[in-house]
Design a binder for this molecule. Structure first.
Ligand SMILES: [Mg+2]
Length: 269
């Protein structure tokens, strides 16, 4: 009897050990699947984390002079731009502009009454979206091609960024002069740009200032600083300045407040 019980206990131990071994095998296989490496040698979790860090570095202007987005971030930037987060980010920024506008006395109450209270808005990827152009350029994985961009811009098919169009109309309604300042070449793209803006609802801007022949070759900071300085010399007060590039917002006479619209697809020096 005692020998039978001992034999049963031994068999139970063997079965338990076998079960434990099977469980361990399943667990380690699960771990291996979870940390499966991509061809770049990084796990999907690593890549997603890297691309978030990369985009944060771009938006905070800690990464300068980059020509293309990292290839492994193509899907990340695509998901950001097309999946709704880009629009949510812009909406939040425009809400911050509205909060700031609420702190400014109504233009009619200001002593000056000279019609020189202004806002400056950039055009490309601030008022008008080039998202469909950049979709064909793998969201910035392909390097900037000035001739191809010119062909795209001449078509005048950029769509308005809805939240910025609402801001534009609110600024006009509040009595500000809205000045659009663009690095586009005036000779080549002036008429197409005006037509595209008006077609998309940007009606009533005070001025559209673009790059004239003497501004060709200037960096955006130099060109836009020079224009803003001229405007201030003419008496304009720049209450706010909105752009998708840091070069829209740096340099001289930047305005009382600057607001950066996100753009992880390209860098304009
Ligand atoms: Mg721009």
């Amino acid at each position: 009897m005692y020998r039978m019980i001992a034999e049963m206990m031994r068999k139970v131990r063997e079965v338990m050990m076998l079960l434990l071994y099977l469980l361990l095998a399943m667990f380690s296989r699960g771990l291996a699947t979870h940390s499966k490496r991509t061809s770049s040698g990084e796990s999907p979790v690593d890549t997603a984390g890297y691309c978030l860090s990369w985009r944060m570095a771009v938006e905070s202007n800690n990464m300068m002079g980059w020509r293309t987005i990292p290839t492994q971030c193509l899907r990340h930037v695509e998901a950001y731009m097309m999946g709704g987060q880009y629009s949510r980010d812009i909406n939040l920024i425009i809400d911050q502009i509205y909060t700031y506008l609420d702190t400014i006395p109504p233009i009619g109450d200001l002593d000056s009454g000279d019609g020189l209270d202004a806002w400056i808005l950039d055009v490309d990827d601030t008022c008008l979206s080039n998202l469909y152009y950049y979709q064909a350029k793998r969201f910035g994985c392909d390097p900037y091609d000035p001739m191809e961009f010119r062909t795209w811009a001449l078509r005048g098919e950029c769509s308005a960024i809805p939240a910025v169009l609402r801001l534009f109309n609110r600024l006009l309604g509040a009595g500000f002069k809205v000045i659009l300042l663009s690095g586009r070449d005036e000779e080549a793209l002036g008429q197409a740009t005006v037509d595209n803006l008006v077609d998309q609802g940007f009606v009533g801007f005070h001025r559209l200032i673009m790059r004239s022949p003497e501004n060709r070759g200037q960096g955006a900071i130099t060109f836009k600083s020079q224009i803003r300085k001229e405007l201030m010399d003419q008496g304009y007060r720049i209450w706010g300045n909105v752009g998708d590039q840091w070069s829209d917002l740096q340099g001289d006479c930047t305005g009382n407040r600057t607001f950066k619209i996100p753009n992880p697809m390209y860098f304009v020096p």
